[in-house]
Design a protein around this ligand. Structure first.
Ligand code: ADP
Length: 162
């Protein structure tokens, strides 16, 4: 069975991420969407909320697992018995950064292969940063988010939990 980990901050998960996930499901039997967080660095949404947003975005799919993790992606891949890492590419800047990270991971675990999936052109300008800016400034981010995601509900929930 071919298993891949799709790691990211997913703060929050966007239509661009969903496009990469759907493409990766054409290549792999199972894809683990892994919300990476750093306990010292506060994100916009807490990791558990990011997981819930992803669950709402994709629903039940036996070929997709969602988890959160801290620490090295290579260690998560070992735990999950995944031989592939999936990352999305929008621009040459993404490529420059991603190639360095993939080389580092390959040095630590040579059998682990990173697969880059190009952004669909209609999604290439979408980023979690833009979504967060829209939310903070009272704009409508729904055009950048997967259908079915009740982002205002999650914003309310995060405010209450603070
Ligand atoms: P990270 O902080 O790890 O870069 P992100 O949540 O920003 O986490 O992105 C996770 C992955 O998804 C990265 O590989 C990123 O390049 C990719 N990605 C983000 N937005 C898009 C998009 N619109 N189209 C394709 N890939 C994307």
């Amino acid at each position: 069975m071919r298993t891949a980990v799709f790691p990211g901050s997913f703060d929050p998960f966007t239509l661009g991420h969903l496009d990469v996930l759907n493409s990766s499901l054409k290549l792999f039997d199972k894809v683990i969407v892994a919300v990476g967080y750093n306990s010292g660095k506060k994100g916009f949404f807490p990791p558990q909320t990011r997981v819930e947003i992803i669950r709402q975005a994709i629903g039940e799919n036996p070929r997709v697992e969602i988890c959160s993790y801290t620490g090295l992606t290579v260690d998560l891949c070992k735990d999950k018995k995944a031989d592939f890492i999936v990352r999305g590419l929008r621009t040459t800047t993404d490529f420059d950064l991603e190639s360095v990270i993939s080389q580092a991971n390959r040095t630590m675990k040579p059998e682990l292969l990173t697969v880059f999936i190009p952004a669909g052109h209609e999604y290439s300008f979408i980023s979690s940063t833009v979504v967060r800016d829209l939310i903070v400034n009272g704009g409508d981010a729904s055009g950048f988010l997967p259908k079915g995601v009740d982002i205002s509900g999650f914003i309310e929930q995060s405010r209450r939990d603070k």
